[in-house]
Unconditional design. Structure first.
Length: 365
């Protein structure tokens, strides 16, 4: 084996394709000498073939072993119309300001004119009636219901959005009521923001339980026949794509329609497209949706996620994205609803007119 080939192999593995399972794992502080030594050792042990090098090295940490083959999927949201709530907080705020603050009212109209998701959380302890009413009203308008379900046990690890169901049995009963409320109607559901990305705070037992809870929820919702289900997959600033792909696979993404990114966060479409495409390649080509509600100015430089200042509205909601893997740019978070009692904000989910106004004023829509 020539020294030139070894040098090329070492360079390619460390600088060009470090995630390839064919490559040796190099130390974080690399030198040409220890890189070459690692590569040469691997080659000698493997009989000097790349195929055997792959067998010895194994998958890169965080990259799921045995990722499913890539398949081609259609967009289950294609051809649907998104619903604009005529009585939204933004619409009422604009009406209140129309005479006294006409310029601000015009800014608030930017939010009022767009579709946003409906969230079902703790105060919908028996959600059947509320889900049924929303589904009937939205479908009656010829539009697609877009729901976010947010009641997983041990939610948010006791932080700003702490809460959730008391246990697995209560949670699955709750999911059953949501599914029954939607019935056979066409709808879309985003399942449990932050539940996978933020589960490191849980014990090993509770992490396993959470994965099983999400898998069971996907299966129940899909059994209704016409519900497109997307499992929340965090955002580009949280976990490596390989780690998130592994969690999605263990949570049953193969039975879902895809995954959701950037819910209630601020990363740009471009950042989410790169991250989502990498995850998709590791979970069999599954599609994804992006929350573009507040990503017009990108994420806060300090990565503050809770009511950061100087953010802006993002891409208007649409299911005609122009990207083969992206089923929708959606406003899954309601612009103007507080992330929590931080940076001057009220309780989570509370309407905050001044913050909403700032988002609109800094936007390009």
């Amino acid at each position: 084996m020539s020294a030139g080939w070894l040098r090329h192999f070492t360079f390619a593995c460390y600088f060009q394709m470090p995630r390839s399972p064919r490559c040796p794992r190099f130390p974080a502080r690399i030198t040409w000498r220890n890189a070459a030594t690692s590569a040469l050792s691997l080659i000698l042990l493997s009989g000097c073939t790349e195929a055997n090098a792959s067998a010895i090295a194994g998958p890169e940490p965080g990259i799921p072993a045995g990722s499913p083959p890539i398949r081609t999927f259609s967009n289950p949201l294609a051809g649907t119309r998104l619903f604009v709530e005529p009585g939204s907080h933004a619409a009422r705020q604009a009406a209140e300001w129309r005479r006294s603050r006409p310029a601000d009212a015009a800014q608030m109209d930017k939010i009022a004119a767009q579709s946003h998701a409906v969230w079902f959380v703790d105060y919908h302890q028996r959600p059947y009636a509320a889900v049924r009413e929303a589904t009937t009203r939205i479908r009656g308008a010829g539009a697609l219901p877009v729901f976010v379900l947010y009641r997983i046990p041990n939610r948010d690890c006791g932080q700003h959005s702490a809460g959730g169901a008391t246990g697995a049995a209560e949670y699955q009963a709750w999911i059953g009521e949501v599914a029954a409320g939607i019935g056979s109607e066409r709808a879309m559901v985003v399942l449990e923001p932050d539940a996978l990305a933020g589960m490191d705070c849980l014990s090993s037992e509770h992490r396993t339980a959470r994965l099983e809870q999400i898998r069971a929820a996907v299966r129940k919702l899909k059994s209704q026949g016409n519900i497109a289900v997307y499992i929340d997959a965090g955002n580009p600033g949280w976990l490596r794509a390989g780690e998130m792909a592994d969690r999605l696979l263990r949570a049953g993404v193969e039975e879902a329609d895809g995954f959701a990114l950037n819910v209630a966060n601020f990363f740009t479409n471009e950042e989410n497209l790169g991250y989502g495409s990498e995850i998709s390649s590791l979970v069999g080509g599954k599609h994804f949706v992006i929350d573009s509600s507040r990503n017009g100015a990108g994420a806060d430089p300090a990565r503050h996620w809770c009511n950061p200042s100087n953010r802006a509205l993002g891409t208007k909601p649409t299911v005609d994205t122009g990207h083969s893997l992206v089923d929708g740019f959606l406003w899954l978070h309601v612009p103007g609803q507080s992330d929590g009692q931080c940076n001057g904000g009220p309780a989570p989910g509370t309407w905050w007119a001044d913050y909403a106004l700032g988002l609109a004023q800094r936007s390009n829509i």
